[in-house]
Ligand binder design. Sequence first.
Ligand SMILES: NC(=O)c1ccc[n+]([C@@H]2O[C@H](COP(=O)([O-])OP(=O)(O)OC[C@H]3O[C@@H](n4cnc5c(N)ncnc54)[C@H](OP(=O)(O)O)[C@@H]3O)[C@@H](O)[C@H]2O)c1
Length: 194
Amino acid sequence: MRKLTYFIACSLDGFIGDPSGDATAMLRFVDEEYLAFLRSEYPETLPTHGRRALGLGDLENKRFDTIIQGRGSYDLALKEGVTSPYAHLREYVASRTLTESPDANVEIIGDDLVAKVRELKAEDGQFGIYLCGGSQIAGELLDEIDELVIKTYPIVYGTGMPMFGSDSAVTEFTLDAVRTFGNGAVVRTYSRKR
Ligand SMILES: NC(=O)c1ccc[n+]([C@@H]2O[C@H](COP(=O)([O-])OP(=O)(O)OC[C@H]3O[C@@H](n4cnc5c(N)ncnc54)[C@H](OP(=O)(O)O)[C@@H]3O)[C@@H](O)[C@H]2O)c1
């Protein structure tokens, strides 16, 4: 069984972006130390165009071979003219409005998102599935999430987009690891209590 991991950046007050979802205020914490961590532990979570710009295009995947995004998140790449933002992964985008995929590497999940995620989790393989977000699909998929990797940056939004966008049952996780950084960022890893 492959794990579904919600790997997400958030503020101290638990928001993944401002009320519109804009998360750019958190990018200032991606400094040398933090980038070295991403490069060595989670290279596949960096978008393909960003990896190329940093000269990291050849890095092998360490944990994930598949990514799931909601159309809201995928739109950020589309607006920049990038149709396959994670070309080094199998890309799935949840959308009921995108009837045709803009890219051969991107498969649209138009209906029964949970069933498709269960199918992907049931595949054999050493690599897991990266749930990128955003808020809406994370909320819909909370019951399927096996692991949380929460990158908390020392910033307060006050108001913003929640980590999980829809009503969901209280769900317990166990803390597995904590990593702290000189700039105040903290990365916590939790596994689901089943
Ligand atoms: N802080 C971070 O690390 C981080 C990471 C990722 C994203 N974000 C932020 O999150 C924001 C986007 O989040 P969001 O909540 O607005 O959108 P989202 O969850 O990315 O996408 C929502 C869209 O997914 C589709 N969808 C949802 N449920 C579905 C289902 N059951 N079946 C098929 N399609 C389904 C719908 O697309 P259609 O309308 O096309 O049907 C819906 O509009 C962005 O602004 C981004 O900046 C932050």
